[in-house]
Design a binder for this molecule. Structure first.
Ligand code: PLP
Length: 410
């Protein structure tokens, strides 16, 4: 008899997006012809930039000729790409990361999800609430949580509420945490952490001999010059933090797939005898066993992002989304709503009006104006009472959505 991993049974069903789709479809069925505007998705809408497309074609052409054909590449990514990442993402910001400390992959989702495998099952996990669900679910699957309780939280997980009261920045936990997930700019709240806030976390982690898993998937959206793009801009972080980056939102690679994780040589964790081990060694071992690298044309396309022309084009795309975000923020604020985020992030986090629950507000928006967003409760208990708008989408549609909301007096 084959037994299953029963931790999977503890998972709450992947409820959020299917439930959104169910409500939208049922609305469309009873209101045929209504045009729905979707401001809920966390996926890019603008195409790859010309420099990227040219390099992608070139990579494919090389693969089609005997002299330039390549088979398996280095599992951790080609040096030509890792050198460019080290240069553009880190050196230009005064951070010294060696190309060898960079691990190229096909997604920050898999990296943030897989990283927990190299840690013992009895580590105590701390996550923000609301949160990008991957951090939590992968730890539940691995058996680091107890069961899901009636209020939707899992036993044995440290939740760090992120609310208006703390500017959506998690506070240091009361009980000791071994692995801390931080995400800035944040999905879903759009908040960013100051250097000082990150310094407190780095100091905490070093003192606790804990590890910070820092998800910087949205760093390219940071406009405020004072906000660090990388946790390594904070002193001491190279001893205690792993950083995840992705070209998904930065350069429109959600369907092309390229991300990278930085595991500095100095980050250590311990065995039960207290002996120190390098995380990089374990991560490399894990990846060598389970991952065979990203395709050459994709890495070639990614490398084009790290050129002066590539950066210029990507910045234009990012600016487009940030202008969308500014428009949403301005219109919703004018309509009397409290709106957070949207300045250094593609997400806006709105307080639902008149004490409506986030699902009630979802229905209000859908039924009154045919606009779809994401209920905050779907990201965790502390997301209740909030609603996420995404700035990914066409300017026209976003303008129309805002006009509908304003005209309906929502
Ligand atoms: N991290 C966060 C916070 C995200 O919101 C997302 C995607 O929505 C990811 C990681 C996944 O990125 P990737 O497309 O590289 O897997």
């Amino acid at each position: 008899m084959t037994l299953i991993n029963e931790n999977y049974l503890k998972l709450k069903a992947g409820y959020l997006f299917p439930e959104i789709a169910r409500r939208v479809n049922s609305y469309i069925d009873s209101n045929p012809g209504t045009e729905i505007i979707k401001l809920g998705i966390g996926d890019v809408t603008e195409p790859l930039t010309p420099a990227v497309v040219t390099a992608f074609h070139e990579g494919v052409r090389e693969m089609g000729e005997p002299k330039t054909f390549r088979g398996y590449g280095p599992g951790q990514g080609y040096d030509f790409l890792k050198k460019l990442i080290a240069e553009y993402d880190f050196k230009k910001r005064g951070v010294d990361i060696r190309p060898g400390e960079i691990y190229v992959s096909d997604g920050a989702k898999c990296d943030t999800g897989n990283m927990q495998e190299i840690f013992a099952v009895n580590n105590k996990i701390a996550i923000g609430d609301p949160v990008y669900p991957v951090y939590l679910d992968t730890n539940v699957m691995a058996g680091r949580s107890g069961v899901c309780q009636e209020n939707g939280t899992y036993e044995n997980i440290i939740y760090m509420p992120c609310t208006e009261n703390n500017n959506f920045i998690p506070e240091l936990p009361q009980q000791p945490a071994d692995i801390i997930y931080l995400c800035f700019p944040n999905n879903p709240t759009g908040s960013v952490a100051s250097r000082q806030a990150l310094k407190e976390w780095v100091d905490y982690a070093r003192q606790q001999r804990a590890v910070i898993l820092f998800d910087a998937a949205y760093e390219a959206f940071i406009t405020d010059k004072e906000i660090p793009h990388s946790i390594y801009e904070v002193e001491g972080a190279k001893e205690c933090a792993v950083e995840f980056r992705s070209l998904s939102k930065t350069a429109g690679f959600t369907g092309t797939r390229l991300a990278y994780t930085v595991v500095p040589d100095k980050v250590k964790a311990y065995d039960t005898a207290g002996k120190e081990h390098s995380l990089a060694g374990l991560w490399q071992r894990r990846q060598n066993t389970k991952f065979n690298g990203v395709s050459y044309p994709v890495q070639k396309a990614a490398a084009a992002c790290f050129s002066d022309q590539g950066q210029k084009e990507i910045t234009e795309r990012l600016q487009y989304y940030l202008t969308n975000a500014a428009l949403i923020k301005e219109e919703l604020t004018k309509a009397g709503h409290k709106v957070y985020g949207g300045i250094n992030a593609p997400y806006l986090w709105m307080k639902t009006p008149d004490g409506q629950s986030s699902w009630q507000f979802f229905d209000t928006l859908l039924h009154q104006v045919g606009v779809v967003g994401t209920p905050g409760a779907g990201f965790g208990c502390s997301g209740e009472g909030y609603f996420r708008f995404s700035a990914f989408g066409s300017r026209e549609k976003i303008q129309e959505a805002m006009e509908r909301i304003t005209a309906a007096g929502i």
